[in-house]
Design a protein around this ligand. Sequence first.
Ligand code: PMT
Length: 401
Amino acid sequence: MTLRGRNILLAVCGSIAAYKAAFIVRLLKKQGAEVRVIMTPSALGFITPLTLSVLSEYPVYHSFTEDENGSWNNHVDMALWADLLLIAPASENTIGKMVNGICDNLVLSVYFSAKCPVYVCPAMDLDMYKHFSTQENILKLKEHGVKIIDAEFGELASGLVGQGRLAEPEHIVEFLTQQIGSDAPLASRKMLITAGPTYEAIDPVRFIGNHSSGKMGIALAIQAWKMGADVTLVCGPIQEQLLKNIPAGIQIHKVVSAEQMLEAVTAGITNQHIAIFAAAVADYTPEEVSPIKLKKAEDSFTIRLKKNPDIALICGQNKKADQLFVGFALETNDEEINALKKMNAKNFDAIVLNSLNDAGAGFAGDTNKVTIYSKNKDAVVTAVQSKDIVAKEILTYLLSL
Ligand code: PMT
């Protein structure tokens, strides 16, 4: 079980146990979760936002607005981003306010906006913890579906010994993994994915390219990573913004031309269990690249092209028995015949056909509709769906091979 790809929002309250938030962030990140942190104003006295920001790799918010520019820290967006809100340590004060609808800081406003499961880890001195009002408040939270990760027994900051210590970070993370962790069907599988177009230079300012955005390949890489795979993405020139959303655990090799993509793919292909060739590689490249910008002169203009290496074909010819290779085909006519031809010629185990005749399918957009063929199984047709969902369906199909 793993927390890979889960969005966890950690809310830290004022308690000496706040220092343990640093360990919680570390452990959640090790599990592959995306972690963001918010704090109550009194938590600032126990641990700095900087520490938690460095560890989580995201800005840490603790007020409704940013002092420097007065901009609003949108608590609704934060709550909606989270797959899970973890309040740890949760102080007596915050627990009381959660029960009584008091919303006087960012953490509480996120809690009251949250639709995701909420986990509360109380931490306070033993007499505070035993107090009837604390126990009644905890009970009320439970009755309303909030999960409590109970305080543990042991030595407390006051020197007293009893129940009240924040649950150990390892116990908190173990608990969450049991509750919301998912199986990682591709754990310990190494996967290489090609994505995007290639650009073939004509001169320093012009190139031959195509409309591939890289979105389909990136969706496959992210979904495969969420399913536990160790993913390498070899990516042609695409918008930088798309690369920003890729989890840090995915290794990215940026290339421009087919020749460079071949080099990056062949350098790593022998160790891979699975390779998915989703890139739209230019079949031809200019025989010569002008070192200076070509000038407009004659009415017509000819560029001689030579064939690019076929990356998938070269890899397919050297495929080992325990490797699974999958190609893509974007077709405009005789779709099935063309896709199956490519599957056989390039020694793919499966091929994913997207047809430009299907609305919402193919390059550039956020959706796709595909038919997946393989040598040994019936073909599967997906509906028009987001590329993320299509990617999940492709990977689920591959798992069945
Ligand atoms: O990037 P998006 O905007 O999200 O769009 C996704 C996509 C439509 C580009 C993608 O889903 C897709 O269909 N990619 C393959 C495009 C295609 O038709 O490729 P092809 O028929 O030229 O090649 C067939 C297979 O061989 C592909 O797996 C391709 O990656 C591979 N190939 C092709 C030529 C070459 N020189 N080297 C290769 O590896």
